[in-house]
Design a protein around this ligand. Structure first.
Ligand SMILES: C[S@@+](CC[C@H](N)C(=O)[O-])C[C@H]1O[C@@H](n2cnc3c(N)ncnc32)[C@H](O)[C@@H]1O
Length: 407
């Protein structure tokens, strides 16, 4: 557990803000801050104070206009009033984004249409990166009684400030099922490829176990020995270089040999009988010390648990709190350590808590009274190393740093 140092009483806020020393916490050298106030005014002041063009990632989780009145905030505006308020704020957010930054706005189907039209206009349709479907519940409990489709999703509308300059990190997720096209074994992948000989994967597993393997055993063996396991796939002839096309044609004429084309900066092209030789090893990564089969992240996120997060961060923010795992994914995708993250609808502080645990610099804005009741206590526990929940284990979080509160 890290011991928090007391913030220097003289530490100052940027121009246009006052520092509330009583509510600041931890290391006074920290650049992270919570702004208590309306986010439109706060973002305008941030822009004037030199934060324009600074944020690599903004995550906004505005009220969805659900028609409900929550204890913490009112979520029942006319569609026009809701849109006008969100539009103004997104325009400010765009100016705060770095040239290589991106914004993720979470929304459900009540206002997703209006929001997408507004974001196309504000950011430019060509800056639209993705519309991610986030599965947040299942058709169980009282929802199972519904007639018609049961609504179980949120959406993340993702826009870059400048798509040409946005460089997200490559993320993968664990595959639920084995790709059975990988059913061929290569005894000696270290030998020159002209000498490679292939045989069925099942034969090799039977040899290793001394009996007929189950399907699960075969798949486990394949993943554990992924450097030996391959599939064959037809290349897209018209999409490859001239050199590659020539080699494909030669490979069709000499089907028994494996041919290799070295490609600077890219994986070698390996061909047998005109087909590409693809290794399972390229789809396996070590997670918790074990090789696991992974696939690239898609725009359907159905693997982030929304259930069981009530205790995360020790903040009870019924219905509205988002999982730390969701923010961890967004920040892993869109930021690197030290980057600046903005959340203008901070709520219970999820974005700030996760950004802190991941070594990002952050600013969060919240106007509600629950800031003092819920969000700041949560962030103090993060700084003091007293929050073992959420993303703490993933990032081996022990505590440290600090944050300011500006008004
Ligand atoms: C859906 S909640 C955000 C939840 C948050 N993502 C979390 O995980 O805890 C929306 C939050 O935005 C705040 N909010 C709404 N309008 C605001 C405004 N104009 N200025 C600042 N905060 C605002 C509300 O008080 C509420 O806490």
């Amino acid at each position: 557990m890290a011991t928090a140092t007391t913030l220097a009483p003289g530490a100052s806020a940027p121009p246009g803000f006052a520092r509330d020393a009583r509510r600041c916490h931890g290391d006074s050298r920290s650049e992270c801050a919570v702004v208590h106030g309306d986010n439109l005014d706060a973002m305008r002041r941030l822009a004037r104070a030199g934060f324009a063009g600074r944020f690599r990632c903004a995550y906004f989780d505005p009220p969805f206009n659900s028609g409900r009145r929550f204890v913490e905030y009112d979520d029942a505006l006319s569609p026009a009033a809701w849109l006008s308020a969100v539009r103004e704020r997104l325009a400010c957010a765009r100016d705060l984004l770095a040239a290589d930054g991106a914004i993720f706005v979470e929304i459900d189907d009540t206002e997703v249409g209006a929001l997408q039209v507004a974001m196309d206009e504000l950011f430019g349709r060509e800056q639209r990166v993705s519309t991610v479907t986030v599965v947040r519940s299942a058709a169980t409990g009282h929802k199972a009684q519904n007639r018609g489709p049961v609504n179980v999703t949120d959406f993340l509308l993702v826009y870059a400030r400048d798509r040409a300059r946005w460089r997200p990190n490559r993320l993968v997720r664990e595959r639920a099922t084995y790709d059975r096209a990988y059913r061929t074994w290569l005894d000696d992948p270290g030998a020159p490829c002209a000498r490679w000989r292939f045989r069925p994967l099942g034969e090799r597993v039977r040899e290793a176990l001394g009996r007929a393997p189950t399907r699960a055993e075969t798949e486990r063996f394949a993943v554990d020995n992924a450097g030996h396991v391959v599939r064959f796939a037809q290349p897209r002839f018209e999409a490859v270089s001239r050199a590659a096309q020539a080699l494909i044609e030669r490979s069709r004429r000499e089907p028994a040999r494996v041919l290799r084309l070295r490609r600077p900066g890219r994986r070698d092209l390996l061909l047998r009988a005109g087909n590409r030789v693809l290794f399972l090893a390229d789809k396996v990564v070590q997670i918790d010390g074990r090789p696991r089969l992974v696939e690239p992240l898609t725009n359907v996120w159905d693997d982030v648990p929304f259930q069981g997060i009530a205790r995360e961060g020790g903040a009870r923010f019924v219905r509205n709190k988002k999982p730390e795992a969701l923010l961890a994914r967004i920040l892993s995708l869109a930021t690197d350590p030290g980057d600046w993250v903005l959340d203008a609808y901070l709520g219970s502080g999820t974005t700030a808590a996760v950004a802190h645990k991941m070594g990002r610099r952050w600013i969060g804005v919240e106007r509600g009274d629950h800031l003092d009741a819920m969000c700041l206590p949560r962030l103090r526990r993060v700084v003091d190393g007293e929050d073992p929940t959420g993303a703490s284990r993933t990032f081996s979080w022990q505590g440290g740093g600090g944050f300011h509160v500006w008004t």
